[in-house]
Structures are given as C-alpha cells and as structure tokens.
Design a protein around this ligand. Structure first.
Ligand code: FES
Length: 127
C-alpha cells in the first residue's frame, strides 16, 4: 500500500483545519516544487505555549495529512520545542510517506516556523 493508515486517517479526517480569528502568529509558505500553499495560525500565550493552532492549505493529500499531524504535535508545546519538530518527525509519526511525497511534509514545518517568526516580530514591536 502506498499510504499508511495514519496518513489516510489524517487526510480523510484532518485535525485543526480552519483559521484563528485572534491568532498572534500567522505564517504562509509555498512549496517551490509544486506551487501548493499552506497557511498556519498560532495562538501563543504569555508563557510561550501554543494554546491553539489551525491550518488551511491548497495542498495535496500528503500536505493535508502532515499538517494535520504537525498541528497535533505542536499543540500545547512551548514555541521552542515546537520549532524542534522536523518534518521527518512528522513523517515518522504518520508511519512514513512515499519518497516522492516527502517534499509535501516540508510545508507544515516551514509554515510553523514562519508563524513563529511572525509572532516574534509582533512581540518585539510591542515590547
Ligand atoms: Fe504539493 Fe504535495 S504535491 S504539497
């Protein structure tokens, strides 16, 4: 089988899809390989804990599945710990992806990083 049960589950039933009205970190990235885009919304509290996360994507099934898993993995984590979660770790948590779909998993990782950067920029400005 091409896709693991976990990939199929997260693809059919993605967690944390949508937007966050009062997000304080928003990141949007594009995948150079296929042109798909991903938008990530983070709600980060004063202790730098990610209390909520949502995503929206014009990406393929693998992008949806990896983003869904990635949002589950970073929710409730400290920002610094969330940044340490690589696309590889997400792919492993999904029991793997076909080699030609690995690039899709990079979208989620980059979108999280972009959202954290956005959050830090805002914080520095208001400090
Ligand atoms: Fe574009 Fe998968 S083919 S993200």
């Amino acid at each position: 089988m091409l896709y693991s049960d976990k990939v199929m589950d997260h693809f059919r039933n993605p967690r944390n899809v949508g937007t966050i009205e009062d997000a304080n970190g928003i990141g949007e990235v594009g995948n150079a390989k296929c042109g798909d885009i991903m938008k990530m919304y983070l709600k980060i509290d004063e202790n730098e804990i990610i209390t909520d996360v949502k995503f929206n994507t014009f990406g393929c099934g693998s992008a949806i599945a990896t983003s869904s898993m990635a949002t589950e993995m970073i929710k409730g984590k400290k920002v610094d710990d969330a940044l340490k979660i690589s696309n590889k770790a997400v792919v492993e948590a999904l029991d793997g992806l076909p080699a030609n779909k690995i690039h899709c998993s990079v979208l989620a990782e980059q979108a999280v990083k972009a959202a954290v950067e956005n959050y830090r920029e805002h914080k520095n400005k208001s400090a």
